[in-house]
Design a protein around this ligand. Structure first.
Ligand code: SF4
Length: 239
């Protein structure tokens, strides 16, 4: 199967399964999305969604957050992973947005990554979801699922994976493909034990093929061993 054929099959499958895939983070405007994505690093969307209502009630705009103390923000996000760093980054980013962008969320990746606590993944999510730009945010799910299926080959870093995916995905499909891969990784192609029996990509997935072959080999070996059991040498007893 060529790479182009693999991409086509995967896109067709997801289009059929989840045509409207979207972020599971709750937000109502670009400011809230940026904050939610920053909080979601190393944390579940579920936990973030439980935390942000109180945070947004206290700081409804970027201007309010820019005036906040780090300690007060920390108190509101303490149940999230790395609350110290995230509280510092949120306040510093809000201040930078007010000072340098009139309180607006920039639409360019190169401006977003200059904000404290905003990496390429966060920037890609924001430009893709808010500004509808073709950007592929590669998080742990996207990285793992793409490699398993064979959409990426030997990518060592998220940036390498991003470049490979962007080479093959058309601009119309990039944004939704990001959500497809995240949701697939979150619910089906989970890290430890992918649920291949519930997955419709077994005929294109390289990981599945390899593991099936290994499984068959193990079973054949097991049958062989049962037919011709090897006699283990038992050491003579000392007299
Ligand atoms: S077949 Fe298994 S490993 Fe491959 S994408 Fe589906 S769940 Fe993941």
């Amino acid at each position: 199967m060529t790479t182009a054929e693999r991409y086509k099959k995967v896109i067709d499958y997801f289009r059929q399964q989840a045509p409207e895939a979207a972020t599971e983070l709750t937000y109502t405007n670009p400011y809230e999305l940026l904050v939610a994505v920053m909080l979601s690093a190393q944390c579940t969307d579920k936990r973030v969604n439980l935390t942000t209502p109180a945070l947004f009630q206290q700081y409804p705009t970027v201007f309010d957050l820019a005036e906040a103390s780090v300690d007060a923000v920390f108190a509101l996000i303490r149940s999230i992973s790395y609350p110290n760093n995230k509280a510092r980054h949120l306040v510093a980013a809000a201040r930078q947005l007010v000072d340098q962008h009139q309180g607006n969320i920039p639409s360019k990746i190169e401006d977003l990554v200059k904000l404290p606590g905003v990496g390429r993944k966060t920037a890609n999510v924001v430009v893709s979801v808010v500004f509808d730009q073709p950007a592929m945010a590669v998080d742990t799910h996207v990285f793992r699922v793409s490699a398993r299926i064979g959409l990426t080959k030997k990518a060592k870093t998220p940036l390498e994976a991003e470049k490979q995916l962007m080479r093959h995905l058309s601009t119309e499909v990039v944004a939704v493909a990001h959500h497809w891969l995240i949701l697939h990784g979150r619910y089906i192609c989970v890290a430890r034990k992918p649920k291949c029996t519930a997955c419709g990509l077994t005929d294109v997935c390289i990981w599945f093929k390899k593991n099936q072959q290994q499984l068959k080999k193990n079973q054949q070996q097991l049958k062989k061993n049962q037919k011709h059991p090897t006699t283990k040498s038992v050491p003579h007893e000392k007299r």
